[in-house]
Structure formats: structure tokens, C-alpha cells
Design a protein around this ligand. Structure first.
Ligand code: SR1
Ligand code: MG
Length: 412
């Protein structure tokens, strides 16, 4: 489905556009633009960073009516930009310091203006460089916890919730996830690819009855459980981090989620699983490169995210809108369910990034000889996680379970 044609931004039209929108005209001097950079390295959109002579900047992001990664032959509703803008606004009501600041949304051109975070790094890139941002995983756990509580029936009045839920139905983007994350790694639709050396690993994954059965459960949860307005694509490429040192490492002084175009009312643990998966993929890279220290650091991140998530959710719990039947047993059951589901969704996200469309630079930029073992390790870790989650879902267990496996499968 493509919506009506609309004007696409070009480097030459950004200044004129900025002048026409009062919310951004004050953020930057459109008569003194010194650079316009197209930096859209995601799979879907156009992204420009515009700077003026005084060093101020804004980001303009426009949804194209197709999937950029593939081209116009894969049409995709640009209304995803509205979902992104609405999720950013709602999430910013809850944790403004953990979300990129949205200045304006233009529904006629599916175009957002937002703060320039050029003094931050995309977390995936930082992880690939071996940089550490202590506290970033906890910040994202707190973000997921605040969103889980604040956008659910625990944190919202029922009419507001129903209206928000209805407006958040995001079928085209959800279908991408249903297909690419939960289905195609097991039933190839012609979009899968792996190194020749990993073909048997991909076959073993697709033939793994336990894994496929777990993916059926996970897909069902994704398609039916409207728990909260989740981010929907919370991988490390959807997080910006700023370290305390110039080099960009050390304690994270700022951590911001962005790019929630896949947002919808879905299962809370899906966002946790996305984070876990991408931490473990970063660990596979570090292991392949023989960077034991960075591997250990990344393997500890799931636990940091979970702990902060749980703390935030428990902190909010006394404020629930209607405590009549949502008693403490409900809290404990919910946390138990999400703790376990985070492993399952994490496994789904790991397998898709190795076998399916839209892979990660963590693995893809490795030399082929190293990539073979890293890819194998991630796939085997996913298969182990769907089994082991039933034996204890404390994410601290992932350190040894996944760490040992990655060491065994490495081809360095
Ligand atoms: C066709 S879009 C491919 C992927 O890019 C996004 O980041 C989502 O993860 C999606 O699955
Ligand atoms: Mg994205």
C-alpha cells in the first residue's frame, strides 16, 4: 500500500522547509546553513542532519513510501512516521531524558524534525568499536519499565488507553516483524542468506522443532498481547549514547532511544528481548575478535537491563490506576512471565539477524573466516536460550551459557 505522492526532501530544500515550520525555525539559522548531510543508514527512511554557522543542528527524518533497503518494489506505508512521532511524544511524557526530543511532525509529508544528537554515537557503532558506556543498558531497562507501566492499563485511564491503542495499530510494520523475525528464519521466503559455511547452521535452525514451536508461541504473543505501547524495534541501532570522555567511552552521561516507527500495543518483553539479542550479538563479535574483556562486558548487559526494568516497574507499581484486582500477585506473575519471555524474544531476534533480511554490522563487518563462527554461535545461542529459559530465566545465567557457547564456536 502506498499513500498519495508527496514531496521528498533533498539537501537543497531543507533550508526552505526549516523556515516554513515555526517549531524548528528557532532551533537553527536557516539563512546560515553550513552543512546538510544525509545519514540514513537504517533500512527505511531519509535522514538529514542540518547545521548552521553557529554550530546548531536539527535532524529531519522523512518516511519514504517504500522500504529503502530494498527499493520501490517493496512499498511501505509512510504513515509509520506518525507512529514514530506519536510514540516519541507519549514516551517523552514518561521519561523525557531517555528519548530523542521531537520538535515537530508534518503529517502531509511524513516528516519529523528532532534534536541533533551528533555529540552522541549510535550504540551499535560504539559497541562495534569496543567502547563501553556503563549505565546505558540500565537506562534502556528503565525506559522499557517506564513505558511498560505508563502506557498500560496500570498507568492510563481506560478511555485514553482505548483511544491510544486504536490509534497505535500499525499493521504494515508489525507484518514486517511477524515475517522477518518469527517466520522467515524457519520458512525461507527467498530473503534469507548466510555464508556457505553457515548453510548447515541455518538448516539446523529451521529443522529445530523446539525452536520453531517456541517461535509459534512468541509470534502469537506478539500478535495478540496488547500490553503496552512498546518501541517495537529496540536494537542497539535504535539507541544513542554519549560517554563522559571525549573518546566517547566511560560512563554514559546521556542515553536516548529513537526510531520507534514499529511502535504498537504489544508484549512488553519484546523490547527487552531486542536489547538482549543485540547485546549478545555484540558479544559474539567481541569473541570473534578475541576481545575477552569486551565480550564479558557485553554479556553482562542483559542483567543490567532487566534489573533496571524491574526496579522501575516496581517503583511505579504503587501508582497503578486501579489496584482493586491488580494486587501484588499480579505484579510478581507479570515479572516472572516477562523475565522468561525476554529470553524467547531475544532468541527470535538473534536468529533473524543471522539468517534473514536486515543483518547487523556487528557480524557482517567481520572477516568471513571470523563471521562463520560468530554466526554459528549466535544461532546456537538462540536455540539454547529457548530451551534454557524454562530452567531459570535470571539473565545472569546468560553470561556463562552464551559466553561458553561463543567460545566453543569461534573460528578465530
Ligand atoms: C524491511 S525492514 C527490516 C528491519 O529493519 C528494521 O530495523 C526492523 O528491525 C526490520 O525488521
Ligand atoms: Mg529502525
Amino acid at each position: 500500500m502506498t499513500d498519495a505522492p508527496y514531496e521528498f526532501l533533498t539537501p537543497d530544500t531543507t533550508a526552505e522547509y526549516i523556515k516554513s515550520v515555526p517549531e524548528i525555525a528557532t532551533k537553527i539559522d536557516a539563512d546560515d546553513i553550513v552543512s546538510v548531510e544525509e545519514v540514513g543508514d537504517g533500512n527505511l527512511n531519509l535522514v538529514f542532519i542540518i547545521r548552521d554557522g553557529a554550530g546548531r543542528g536539527v535532524v529531519l527524518k522523512q518516511a519514504l513510501p517504500y522500504v529503502r533497503l530494498v527499493g520501490p518494489e517493496w512499498p511501505m506505508t509512510p504513515d509509520r512516521a506518525r507512529h514514530e512521532a506519536e510514540a516519541l511524544r507519549k514516551h517523552a511524557e514518561l521519561v523525557p531524558e531517555l528519548v530523542v526530543d521531537l520538535y515537530s511532525y508534518d503529517s502531509s509529508r511524513y516528516l519529523m524534525a528532532m534534536e541533533d544528537l551528533s555529540d552522541h554515537k549510535v550504540w551499535r557503532g560504539a559497541l562495534n568499536e569496543g567502547l563501553r558506556h556503563d549505565g546505558a543498558a540500565a537506562a534502556m531497562g528503565r525506559y522499557v519499565g517506564a513505558v511498560a507501566f505508563g502506557t498500560s492499563c496500570l498507568g492510563m485511564e481506560r478511555h485514553d488507553l482505548a483511544e491510544r491503542l486504536a490509534a497505535s495499530v500499525n499493521p504494515d510494520l508489525c507484518i514486517i516483524t511477524e515475517d522477518l523475525v518469527f517466520t522467515e528464519p524457519y520458512v525461507d521466503a527467498g530473503r534469507n542468506s548466510v555464508l556457505a559455511a553457515n548453510e548447515k547452521d541455518a538448516q539446523d535452525l529451521a529443522n529445530d522443532d523446539v525452536m520453531v514451536s517456541e517461535m509459534g508461541q512468541a509470534k502469537w504473543a506478539f500478535m495478540t498481547r496488547a500490553e503496552a505501547l512498546i518501541h517495537g524495534d529496540l536494537h542497539t541501532g535504535s539507541v544513542m549514547v554519549k560517554g563522559e570522555s571525549e573518546a566517547g567511552s566511560g560512563a554514559a552521561v546521556s542515553v536516548k532511544a529513537f526510531d520507534p516507527e514499529f511502535a504498537f500495543y504489544g508484549p512488553v518483553a519484546f523490547d527487552l528481548g531486542a536489547l538482549y539479542a543485540n547485546y549478545l550479538i555484540a558479544a559474539a563479535r567481541a569473541c570473534a575478535l578475541g576481545d575477552e574483556e569486551h565480550m564479558r562486558w557485553t554479556l553482562a548487559l542483559p542483567q543490567q537491563t532487566w534489573t533496571a526494568f524491574e526496579e522501575e516497574f516496581r517503583r511505579q507499581w504503587p501508582n497503578r490506576v486501579d489496584p482493586r484486582v491488580y494486587r501484588d500477585d499480579f505484579l510478581e506473575n507479570s515479572l516472572d512471565t516477562w523475565r522468561k519471555e525476554a529470553w524467547q524474544f531475544g532468541a527470535a531476534k538473534m536468529a533473524r539477524r543471522i539468517v534473514g533480511l536486515a543483518k547487523t554490522t556487528d557480524i557482517e563487518t567481520l572477516d568471513e573466516s571470523l563471521r562463520e563462527g560468530a554466526a554459528r554461535g549466535v544461532l546456537q545461542a538462540a536455540r539454547l536460550m529457548v530451551r534454557e529459559r524454562h530452567n531459570g530465566s535470571d539473565p545472569a545465567r546468560l553470561v556463562e551459557l552464551v559466553g561458553n557457547l561463543l567460545e566453543r564456536t569461534a573460528t578465530r
